[in-house]
Structures are given as structure tokens and as C-alpha cells.
Design a protein around this ligand. Structure first.
Ligand code: SR1
Length: 325
């Protein structure tokens, strides 16, 4: 792979290998994240090998073992279940491999943690919900414990309910699997049918929001329900902005930017520079109204209109050409 003139070793000579080991292999977020990572890897002359974990903890663990055996320079651990990873990532660290983690808390001082400022993300979404619906409403909530971003967003939801006694969580459901949106749609249909007084659903993952929206449409209740989410993709923009969509706001980073930041963070580590203990990409609030008014149809158009969404200045260095661009 390519050498980069003026870059620190080993980038000056090329041949840098990095493994991206992902727990989640399904969904728009993962695809865009991976595309951004590939673009940034190309700009750095990195040979990036992507291992799809397929929502399987044992498989992801196995793939980290494989990456260690292949003597990669760096590993990006993307999501996962901490308890099944902690010892195997320590093995990688002990082998001199630089490890960074996105959205999984590996609880290791040697491993920088990348995240999308999940507390701020949830706070922006819930502030918008309060703005649209007042401070008293009956809510549905979609949550699966054990995923770091969802756990952080859940802390804010818990705090929000404690601060707003008029907000009642009437029903909670959620599942993360290879077909999350479809599975959540089935759950949401039963939950919303049993709780016809729910007017707001907090669904802080776009696959969750897509499932709830489908259920609302099938039940014919789109006009009396409002969905607040996390994440955005071109397909999501279409779903948010279409006529009568109950999906009224999301708070999101550009996942391609997060993928690029993850590669830059591991590249800095490989070059012997410290990317920092926490590497944070700030999300932006995107309301249905703003998206409709701006006539935005794709994530690329959004990036062009909203520089804070389209780029991140974290984990950069003069010798790194930032992607996506
Ligand atoms: C199951 S965790 C899903 C979340 O991971 C990323 O942080 C995305 O924002 C998504 O919401």
C-alpha cells in the first residue's frame, strides 16, 4: 500500500495493515461507517480489512484473534459486548497492536474510546420532544441494554423522566439482531395497539425508528404519533420527509465521518501519537421541518449544507488528509 511523504513511521514506508472488527453488520449506519473508514484508510495508504461480526460475540472475538495472528498494526473494535472482548483486546495490546474502540467500553487505559457524544445526542432529541409535545406526555421507549451508545442515551432518558414528572413511559421494547427494523416493527405494533394513549416514541437508533414508523403506518396512527431518534442515512431522510411521516426529528453524526475518525485515531496511535482517551464526534439535531424546508434528500447534500455534520476536526494531524471529502 501507498507511502505518505513526510508522514511519521510506519506511514512513510507504507504497508500499514488495520483490521476493522465490527459486531453490527446490518443496517445503514454500519455501511456508511465502513465506507467512511475505507475512504480514510485509502487516504492514509492503509490496507483496511473489514471483519463483519454478524451480531455474534463469539465470531467477533474470533476475528480479533485472526487479526492478531495476521500481525496487523492496528485494530478498530466497532461495537460489541465488553465481557466477550476484554481479554482478547488485552492480548492484542500485549502483542504491540494499537487498539481503538468505537461504541464499546473496553475499560482499558491503553484503548482510546470513540463515541458520538451520546448524552448530548439524547438530550437534543428529548429537548425537541419537549418543545413539540410539552412536558407531559405518554411515551413508548425502544431500548436494548448492553450497547454502550444505547446505555448512555438511556441515562439521559432516565434523567429526563425524573425531571419531568408529567412524562410517563407506558411501554418499553426493543431488539438488536440482523433484521432490527422488522423485528422492532412487530414489537411496536403490539405495544402501540395495547397503549393507544402513547403519543411520543423515543427510539434512539434509526433501525428502531424505522420499525416504529412502519408499525404506526400499519396501525393507521401516523398522524397522532411522533418519533424521535438517533442517526441518519439517505433512506432515513426519505422516510422522515415523506408526507405524513411520524418520524419528526433525529440527532445524528454523519456515520462516514465517524468511520473516518476511527481510522484516523488508530493511525495516530500507530504513529506513536496519542489521539486522546476519548475521541468525540458531535451530533446535529435534524428536524423533519428543517429537512423539508432545505429540500435535503441525501446525506451528501446534508454534509454540504451543514459543515458541522459533514466534517470533524478530531483526530487530525498535518500529515493526514481528512476523508470523506
Ligand atoms: C445497537 S447500537 C446502535 C447505535 O450504534 C451507533 O452508535 C449508532 O448511532 C446507533 O444508534
Amino acid at each position: 500500500s501507498a507511502q505518505i511523504a513526510g508522514a511519521p513511521a510506519p506511514f512513510d514506508k507504507g504497508g500499514v495493515k488495520v483490521a476493522l472488527v465490527a459486531y453490527l453488520s446490518a443496517g445503514d449506519f454500519y455501511q456508511a461507517y465502513q465506507a467512511g473508514a475505507q475512504q480514510q484508510a485509502k487516504a492514509l495508504g492503509i490496507d483496511l480489512r473489514v471483519y463483519p461480526g454478524r451480531q455474534d460475540a463469539a465470531e467477533q472475538r474470533n476475528q480479533i484473534e485472526q487479526a492478531i495472528n495476521q500481525k496487523v498494526h492496528g485494530i478498530i473494535v466497532d461495537h460489541g459486548l465488553p465481557e466477550s472482548l476484554k481479554d482478547v483486546v488485552q492480548k492484542a495490546v500485549d502483542a504491540g497492536i494499537k487498539v481503538v474502540a468505537f461504541d464499546v467500553n473496553l475499560d482499558n487505559a491503553k484503548i482510546p474510546q470513540i463515541e458520538q457524544s451520546d448524552h448530548a445526542l439524547a438530550r437534543h432529541a428529548l429537548e425537541q420532544a419537549a418543545k413539540d409535545n410539552g412536558k407531559a406526555f405518554k411515551a413508548g421507549y425502544v431500548y436494548v441494554a448492553g450497547f454502550a451508545p444505547l446505555d448512555r442515551r438511556n441515562e439521559v432518558w432516565t434523567e429526563f423522566k425524573a425531571q419531568n414528572s408529567g412524562v410517563t413511559e407506558k411501554v418499553r421494547f426493543g431488539v438488536v439482531n440482523a433484521t432490527t427494523a422488522a423485528s422492532v416493527a412487530d414489537q411496536a405494533k403490539a405495544a402501540l395497539r395495547a397503549n393507544p394513549d402513547v403519543t411520543v416514541v423515543f427510539a434512539p437508533y434509526d433501525e428502531f425508528a424505522r420499525g416504529v414508523k412502519l408499525a404506526a403506518q400499519e396501525l393507521g396512527i401516523s398522524k397522532k404519533l411522533k418519533i424521535y431518534s438517533a442517526d441518519v442515512s439517505t433512506a432515513d431522510i426519505q422516510e422522515i420527509t415523506e408526507a405524513d411521516s411520524p418520524w419528526v426529528a433525529t440527532v445524528a453524526t454523519n456515520p462516514a465521518v465517524v468511520g473516518a475518525v476511527s481510522v484516523r485515531a488508530v493511525a495516530l496511535s500507530i504513529a506513536g501519537k496519542d489521539p486522546g482517551r476519548r475521541v468525540v464526534v458531535e451530533p446535529s439535531l435534524l428536524t423533519q421541518k428543517q429537512l423539508r424546508d432545505a429540500g435535503v434528500k441525501t446525506v451528501e447534500e446534508l454534509s454540504a449544507k451543514l459543515p458541522a455534520f459533514g466534517q470533524s476536526t478530531v483526530a487530525t494531524a498535518p500529515w493526514i488528509k481528512n476523508a470523506p471529502n
